[in-house]
Design a protein around this ligand. Sequence first.
Ligand SMILES: Nc1ncnc2c1ncn2[C@@H]1O[C@H](COP(=O)(O)OP(=O)(O)O)[C@@H](O)[C@H]1O
Ligand SMILES: [Mg+2]
Length: 183
Amino acid sequence: MIISFCNQKGGVGKTTLTVLVALALTEVNRKVAIWDRDPQGSARLSLEGSAVVTYPETADITIIDTPPNLSDEFRDSVKRADKVVLVASPYPVDLWATKTTAEEIRKARGNKGKPMILFNRVRKGTAFGDQDLAAIANQVGLPNYKSTISLREAYAQAHVVGWRALSAAQREEVFSAALEIVT
Ligand SMILES: Nc1ncnc2c1ncn2[C@@H]1O[C@H](COP(=O)(O)OP(=O)(O)O)[C@@H](O)[C@H]1O
Ligand SMILES: [Mg+2]
């Protein structure tokens, strides 16, 4: 299975989700490969020394971290994916970019299966965090995963210390998203 994390906007959390989901699936004994197609190469750096291997080594699940633009690499990643995860935050400026990306994905994939939105940086108890996320996803014309990812320092720390940066509750949150994506 190939999963691509995308959004033309930088900073929404594509690389962070790539790393967290790769680590979570490794924890449940899946062989995971990372294909880092962002020239910055941060996903590959973060996963160095982990059990996650590098594409083209074969694996049960290959995760593509896509660049923050609408390049040929982006389109190719979207075309070959079984699952396209559109990473978005529930903030207005990010949603504009998400709409454009959704349209580009539709053009690239035709009827190969809709992407789904994964909301990141969700802050429960705030105006934007408590919105009806399904309604927001609907504005983009896409379904959303029930699982969401909160804004947590530990998720940024995971880039350098890996899975052990996460508390039990944070692990649960990431497992929930990872399993929802692969099933
Ligand atoms: N849920 C989150 N909680 C805390 N920090 C986050 C979260 N998601 C992303 N970040 C941080 O935000 C920054 C941008 O995220 P990144 O994954 O690099 O975005 P992208 O790959 O879409 O450009 C990074 O410093 C990352 O650690
Ligand atoms: Mg990135």
